[in-house]
Design a protein around this ligand. Structure first.
Ligand code: CA
Length: 232
């Protein structure tokens, strides 16, 4: 942040969308800079201070995914991806690659501002050493490895605890069974992905959550599992 203004780098080749973003963002007091190609965007990111990036997926030289990869090599600055169409596969790819959120064209000013506010809040909490997780329903005390749901302590096995803590730390992000086995199990070698499936089922039962669409512990078919970010 400079002069109390948040600087946003817009990487987008379409002039009318760049102009639209600039107008919307400047009205809200953001400092806006623009890049029209992927390479230009990476160069600009290298050279100037940037608080947030709005990154189009379809760019002429490096595409948005390649730009995201290069930005993530340097920084964990919040990145909002712009996509022409919203598909679950693109979302999963982006979140796994380190994007913070998505905006599908065409978008409204209200949507844009809501996404930017959400990712900047996450950025603030990311800068603090994370000792607890709390989304209003579940509370995880990472130091004492204690989980409460609606105020009641939940007794978990060490593996169940690590699985849940891993998903909570990566809230909103889809993790594959292989990644979860690697991160949560003491001895990951040779474990079948179905172990994760059964552990997630046990967790949902212990936490008092169903398997429907409203469960915070989501199964993302064909990809893995996600602790869904709560909107409060
Ligand atoms: Ca484009």
């Amino acid at each position: 942040m400079r002069d109390g203004h948040i600087s946003v780098l817009v990487i987008e080749d379409e002039a009318d969308i760049r102009q639209l973003l600039r107008t919307m963002l400047e009205r809200e007091g953001f400092n806006v800079s623009e890049a029209t190609t992927g390479r230009d965007g990476v160069r600009h990111f290298h050279q100037s201070h940037t608080d947030m990036v709005i990154l189009d997926v379809g760019l002429p030289d490096l595409d948005g995914w390649q730009v995201l990869e290069r930005i993530r090599d340097m920084s964990d600055v919040p990145v909002l991806m712009l996509t022409a169409l919203s598909t679950e596969r693109d979302k999963v790819r982006g979140l796994n690659a380190g994007a913070d959120d998505y905006l599908t064209k065409p978008f409204s000013r209200v949507e844009l501002l809501a996404r930017l506010q959400a990712i900047s809040r996450r950025q603030v909490s990311r800068n603090d050493p994370i000792t607890t997780f709390d989304d209003g329903t579940m509370h995880v005390d990472f130091a004492h490895q204690e989980v409460t749901v609606d105020g009641a302590v939940v007794i978990l096995t060490p593996t169940e605890y690590r699985l849940l803590a891993t998903l909570a730390r990566h809230q909103g992000q889809v993790l594959s069974s292989d990644q979860l086995i690697e991160l949560a199990w003491d001895d990951p070698s040779g474990l079948a992905p179905s172990r994760v499936k059964y552990a997630v089922l046990r967790l949902r039962r212990k936490l008092g959550w169903g398997e429907g669409d409203d469960t915070p512990l989501e199964t993302v078919r064909g990809f893995g599992y996600r602790y869904r970010a709560r909107s409060r």
